[in-house]
Write a protein of this length. Structure first.
Length: 294
Protein backbone atom coordinates (compact mmCIF):
# COMPACT_ATOMS: atom_id res chain seq x y z
CA UNK A 1 0.00 0.00 0.00
CA UNK A 2 1.12 3.53 -0.74
CA UNK A 3 1.05 6.11 2.05
CA UNK A 4 -2.18 7.68 0.79
CA UNK A 5 -3.84 4.27 0.40
CA UNK A 6 -2.83 3.27 3.91
CA UNK A 7 -4.17 6.55 5.25
CA UNK A 8 -7.54 6.04 3.55
CA UNK A 9 -7.69 2.47 4.86
CA UNK A 10 -7.10 3.68 8.42
CA UNK A 11 -9.76 6.39 8.05
CA UNK A 12 -12.30 3.87 6.73
CA UNK A 13 -11.59 1.38 9.54
CA UNK A 14 -11.65 4.08 12.22
CA UNK A 15 -14.94 5.45 10.87
CA UNK A 16 -16.58 2.03 11.30
CA UNK A 17 -15.15 1.53 14.79
CA UNK A 18 -16.10 5.04 15.98
CA UNK A 19 -19.65 4.56 14.67
CA UNK A 20 -19.96 1.25 16.50
CA UNK A 21 -18.14 1.99 19.76
CA UNK A 22 -17.69 5.74 19.98
CA UNK A 23 -14.45 7.62 20.62
CA UNK A 24 -13.79 6.33 24.13
CA UNK A 25 -14.69 2.76 23.21
CA UNK A 26 -12.20 2.66 20.35
CA UNK A 27 -8.46 2.23 20.88
CA UNK A 28 -5.40 2.75 18.72
CA UNK A 29 -4.57 -0.93 19.29
CA UNK A 30 -7.92 -1.95 17.82
CA UNK A 31 -7.54 0.35 14.80
CA UNK A 32 -4.04 -0.99 14.13
CA UNK A 33 -5.07 -4.63 14.63
CA UNK A 34 -8.04 -4.29 12.27
CA UNK A 35 -5.79 -2.73 9.62
CA UNK A 36 -3.11 -5.36 10.34
CA UNK A 37 -0.43 -2.76 10.98
CA UNK A 38 1.57 -1.71 14.02
CA UNK A 39 0.52 1.17 16.26
CA UNK A 40 3.40 3.42 15.08
CA UNK A 41 1.87 3.39 11.58
CA UNK A 42 -1.34 4.95 12.94
CA UNK A 43 0.68 7.49 14.94
CA UNK A 44 2.73 8.34 11.86
CA UNK A 45 -0.37 9.24 9.82
CA UNK A 46 -2.53 10.92 12.47
CA UNK A 47 -0.49 11.48 15.63
CA UNK A 48 -2.98 9.50 17.72
CA UNK A 49 -6.61 8.55 18.09
CA UNK A 50 -7.65 12.19 18.41
CA UNK A 51 -6.13 12.98 15.02
CA UNK A 52 -7.93 10.27 13.09
CA UNK A 53 -11.19 11.06 14.90
CA UNK A 54 -10.95 14.73 13.90
CA UNK A 55 -10.38 13.77 10.25
CA UNK A 56 -13.38 11.40 10.25
CA UNK A 57 -15.69 14.01 11.83
CA UNK A 58 -14.53 16.81 9.53
CA UNK A 59 -15.13 14.67 6.46
CA UNK A 60 -18.64 13.73 7.55
CA UNK A 61 -19.55 17.32 8.39
CA UNK A 62 -18.25 18.55 5.05
CA UNK A 63 -20.14 15.85 3.17
CA UNK A 64 -23.47 16.66 4.83
CA UNK A 65 -22.98 20.43 4.63
CA UNK A 66 -22.27 20.16 0.90
CA UNK A 67 -25.49 18.22 0.31
CA UNK A 68 -27.56 20.70 2.34
CA UNK A 69 -25.92 23.71 0.64
CA UNK A 70 -26.70 22.31 -2.81
CA UNK A 71 -30.31 21.67 -1.77
CA UNK A 72 -30.74 25.25 -0.54
CA UNK A 73 -29.58 26.63 -3.88
CA UNK A 74 -33.01 25.96 -5.44
CA UNK A 75 -35.09 28.93 -6.59
CA UNK A 76 -38.44 28.24 -4.88
CA UNK A 77 -38.72 28.15 -1.08
CA UNK A 78 -40.84 25.01 -1.01
CA UNK A 79 -38.32 23.21 -3.21
CA UNK A 80 -35.49 24.40 -0.97
CA UNK A 81 -37.24 22.91 2.06
CA UNK A 82 -38.08 19.64 0.33
CA UNK A 83 -34.60 19.14 -1.04
CA UNK A 84 -32.90 20.04 2.24
CA UNK A 85 -35.03 17.56 4.21
CA UNK A 86 -34.49 14.89 1.57
CA UNK A 87 -30.74 15.58 1.48
CA UNK A 88 -30.43 14.98 5.24
CA UNK A 89 -32.43 11.75 5.03
CA UNK A 90 -30.40 10.62 2.03
CA UNK A 91 -27.19 11.23 3.97
CA UNK A 92 -28.55 9.28 6.95
CA UNK A 93 -29.55 6.38 4.71
CA UNK A 94 -26.35 6.23 2.68
CA UNK A 95 -23.88 7.28 5.40
CA UNK A 96 -25.39 5.80 8.56
CA UNK A 97 -21.99 5.29 10.17
CA UNK A 98 -21.04 8.91 9.59
CA UNK A 99 -24.32 10.21 11.01
CA UNK A 100 -23.96 8.01 14.11
CA UNK A 101 -20.55 9.55 14.71
CA UNK A 102 -21.90 13.10 14.35
CA UNK A 103 -24.87 12.64 16.70
CA UNK A 104 -22.85 10.99 19.47
CA UNK A 105 -21.72 13.07 22.41
CA UNK A 106 -18.68 14.45 20.68
CA UNK A 107 -15.29 14.10 22.28
CA UNK A 108 -13.13 17.15 22.91
CA UNK A 109 -10.83 15.90 20.14
CA UNK A 110 -13.42 16.81 17.55
CA UNK A 111 -13.13 20.55 18.29
CA UNK A 112 -15.98 22.29 16.52
CA UNK A 113 -16.98 19.00 14.91
CA UNK A 114 -20.09 18.46 17.00
CA UNK A 115 -23.64 17.85 15.89
CA UNK A 116 -24.69 21.09 17.59
CA UNK A 117 -22.15 23.10 15.59
CA UNK A 118 -23.26 21.33 12.42
CA UNK A 119 -26.91 22.21 13.06
CA UNK A 120 -25.89 25.80 13.80
CA UNK A 121 -24.02 25.97 10.49
CA UNK A 122 -27.03 24.68 8.55
CA UNK A 123 -29.38 27.00 10.46
CA UNK A 124 -27.27 30.02 9.48
CA UNK A 125 -27.78 29.13 5.81
CA UNK A 126 -31.52 28.62 6.29
CA UNK A 127 -31.66 31.94 8.14
CA UNK A 128 -30.51 33.80 5.03
CA UNK A 129 -33.19 32.11 2.95
CA UNK A 130 -35.94 32.88 5.46
CA UNK A 131 -34.86 36.49 5.90
CA UNK A 132 -35.38 37.16 2.20
CA UNK A 133 -38.76 35.38 2.22
CA UNK A 134 -39.91 37.27 5.32
CA UNK A 135 -38.94 40.62 3.83
CA UNK A 136 -40.72 39.79 0.56
CA UNK A 137 -43.92 38.80 2.40
CA UNK A 138 -43.96 41.70 4.86
CA UNK A 139 -42.80 39.74 7.93
CA UNK A 140 -40.06 40.89 10.29
CA UNK A 141 -36.72 39.54 8.97
CA UNK A 142 -35.33 39.72 12.51
CA UNK A 143 -37.41 36.64 13.32
CA UNK A 144 -35.61 34.59 10.65
CA UNK A 145 -32.89 33.20 13.02
CA UNK A 146 -35.52 31.84 15.40
CA UNK A 147 -37.55 30.23 12.63
CA UNK A 148 -34.37 28.79 11.12
CA UNK A 149 -33.55 27.05 14.40
CA UNK A 150 -37.11 25.70 14.57
CA UNK A 151 -37.01 24.27 11.07
CA UNK A 152 -33.53 22.79 11.26
CA UNK A 153 -34.11 21.40 14.75
CA UNK A 154 -37.31 19.70 13.63
CA UNK A 155 -35.64 18.08 10.64
CA UNK A 156 -32.51 17.07 12.59
CA UNK A 157 -34.42 15.41 15.43
CA UNK A 158 -36.63 13.58 12.96
CA UNK A 159 -33.49 12.38 11.23
CA UNK A 160 -32.08 11.02 14.49
CA UNK A 161 -35.31 9.13 15.10
CA UNK A 162 -35.41 7.80 11.52
CA UNK A 163 -31.78 6.60 11.77
CA UNK A 164 -32.96 3.51 13.64
CA UNK A 165 -36.57 2.99 12.58
CA UNK A 166 -36.15 3.58 8.81
CA UNK A 167 -39.91 3.51 8.30
CA UNK A 168 -41.57 4.99 6.38
CA UNK A 169 -39.25 5.60 3.43
CA UNK A 170 -37.12 8.75 3.25
CA UNK A 171 -39.24 10.41 0.56
CA UNK A 172 -42.41 9.93 2.60
CA UNK A 173 -40.72 11.21 5.77
CA UNK A 174 -39.46 14.29 3.89
CA UNK A 175 -42.96 14.93 2.52
CA UNK A 176 -44.49 14.88 6.00
CA UNK A 177 -41.72 17.09 7.38
CA UNK A 178 -42.36 19.66 4.68
CA UNK A 179 -46.11 19.29 5.20
CA UNK A 180 -45.76 20.34 8.83
CA UNK A 181 -43.18 23.05 8.17
CA UNK A 182 -44.91 24.53 5.11
CA UNK A 183 -48.59 24.22 5.98
CA UNK A 184 -48.54 24.24 9.77
CA UNK A 185 -50.75 22.06 11.95
CA UNK A 186 -53.93 23.91 10.97
CA UNK A 187 -53.30 23.47 7.25
CA UNK A 188 -51.94 19.95 7.04
CA UNK A 189 -52.66 18.05 3.85
CA UNK A 190 -54.17 14.59 4.33
CA UNK A 191 -51.82 12.92 1.88
CA UNK A 192 -48.65 15.00 1.31
CA UNK A 193 -46.17 13.99 -1.41
CA UNK A 194 -42.84 15.29 -2.60
CA UNK A 195 -43.20 17.57 -5.61
CA UNK A 196 -42.15 16.31 -9.05
CA UNK A 197 -39.39 18.93 -9.22
CA UNK A 198 -37.72 17.43 -6.17
CA UNK A 199 -38.39 13.77 -7.04
CA UNK A 200 -36.48 14.20 -10.30
CA UNK A 201 -33.35 14.88 -8.27
CA UNK A 202 -33.47 11.67 -6.24
CA UNK A 203 -31.12 9.99 -5.48
CA UNK A 204 -28.24 11.75 -7.20
CA UNK A 205 -28.95 15.26 -5.92
CA UNK A 206 -26.90 16.96 -8.68
CA UNK A 207 -25.99 20.59 -8.34
CA UNK A 208 -28.89 22.80 -9.42
CA UNK A 209 -28.34 25.17 -12.30
CA UNK A 210 -28.26 28.71 -10.93
CA UNK A 211 -30.92 31.03 -12.25
CA UNK A 212 -29.91 34.38 -10.82
CA UNK A 213 -26.93 36.43 -9.75
CA UNK A 214 -27.95 35.95 -6.13
CA UNK A 215 -27.88 32.17 -6.49
CA UNK A 216 -24.51 32.41 -8.21
CA UNK A 217 -23.16 34.45 -5.33
CA UNK A 218 -24.53 31.97 -2.82
CA UNK A 219 -22.96 29.06 -4.66
CA UNK A 220 -19.66 30.92 -4.91
CA UNK A 221 -19.73 31.61 -1.17
CA UNK A 222 -20.43 27.94 -0.51
CA UNK A 223 -17.52 26.88 -2.71
CA UNK A 224 -15.17 29.36 -1.03
CA UNK A 225 -16.25 28.12 2.37
CA UNK A 226 -15.71 24.50 1.32
CA UNK A 227 -12.25 25.37 0.01
CA UNK A 228 -11.33 27.13 3.26
CA UNK A 229 -12.56 24.19 5.32
CA UNK A 230 -10.63 21.77 3.12
CA UNK A 231 -7.48 23.87 3.54
CA UNK A 232 -7.97 23.93 7.32
CA UNK A 233 -8.29 20.16 7.33
CA UNK A 234 -5.18 19.80 5.16
CA UNK A 235 -3.14 22.11 7.40
CA UNK A 236 -4.37 20.26 10.50
CA UNK A 237 -3.41 16.94 8.97
CA UNK A 238 0.04 18.26 8.04
CA UNK A 239 0.57 19.47 11.62
CA UNK A 240 -0.56 16.13 12.98
CA UNK A 241 1.81 14.29 10.63
CA UNK A 242 4.68 16.58 11.65
CA UNK A 243 3.94 15.98 15.34
CA UNK A 244 3.90 12.24 14.69
CA UNK A 245 7.30 12.44 12.96
CA UNK A 246 8.75 14.43 15.86
CA UNK A 247 7.41 11.90 18.35
CA UNK A 248 8.84 9.07 16.28
CA UNK A 249 12.27 10.73 16.16
CA UNK A 250 12.22 11.25 19.92
CA UNK A 251 11.21 7.64 20.42
CA UNK A 252 14.08 6.50 18.20
CA UNK A 253 16.53 8.66 20.12
CA UNK A 254 15.26 7.23 23.38
CA UNK A 255 15.62 3.68 22.10
CA UNK A 256 19.14 4.41 20.83
CA UNK A 257 20.13 5.84 24.21
CA UNK A 258 18.70 2.86 25.99
CA UNK A 259 20.53 0.51 23.64
CA UNK A 260 23.78 2.42 24.23
CA UNK A 261 23.30 2.22 27.99
CA UNK A 262 22.60 -1.48 27.67
CA UNK A 263 25.84 -1.97 25.73
CA UNK A 264 27.75 -0.01 28.35
CA UNK A 265 26.23 -2.14 31.11
CA UNK A 266 27.13 -5.31 29.20
CA UNK A 267 30.69 -4.04 28.72
CA UNK A 268 31.04 -3.27 32.44
CA UNK A 269 29.68 -6.69 33.31
CA UNK A 270 32.07 -8.31 30.84
CA UNK A 271 35.03 -6.43 32.29
CA UNK A 272 33.95 -7.34 35.82
CA UNK A 273 33.61 -11.00 34.85
CA UNK A 274 37.02 -10.90 33.18
CA UNK A 275 38.60 -9.50 36.38
CA UNK A 276 36.86 -12.14 38.47
CA UNK A 277 38.06 -14.85 36.12
CA UNK A 278 41.60 -13.48 36.27
CA UNK A 279 41.49 -13.34 40.05
CA UNK A 280 40.14 -16.88 40.24
CA UNK A 281 42.95 -18.05 37.97
CA UNK A 282 45.57 -16.43 40.23
CA UNK A 283 44.03 -18.01 43.31
CA UNK A 284 44.06 -21.37 41.61
CA UNK A 285 47.75 -20.94 40.77
CA UNK A 286 48.50 -20.07 44.38
CA UNK A 287 46.61 -23.13 45.57
CA UNK A 288 48.54 -25.33 43.14
CA UNK A 289 51.87 -23.87 44.30
CA UNK A 290 51.03 -24.48 47.95
CA UNK A 291 49.99 -28.03 47.13
CA UNK A 292 53.36 -28.76 45.49
CA UNK A 293 55.23 -27.32 48.47
CA UNK A 294 53.37 -29.63 50.81
Amino acid sequence: MSGSERREQLIHISRTLFAEKGFDGTSIEEIAATAQVSKPVVYEHFGGKEGVYAVVVDREMQKLLTMITEALAASHSLIKLERAALALLQYIEESSEGFRILVRDSHAASGTGTFASLISEIASQVEDVLADEFAARGYDPKLAPMYAQMLVGMVALTGQWWLDVRKPGREEVAAHLVNLAWNGLTGLNHDPVISAATRERVPALPKPRPGSEKELRELEKAREKEAKEAEKIRQRELKEAEKARVRELKERERLLKEAEKAREREERIRQREAKLAERAARLEQVDQSESRLE
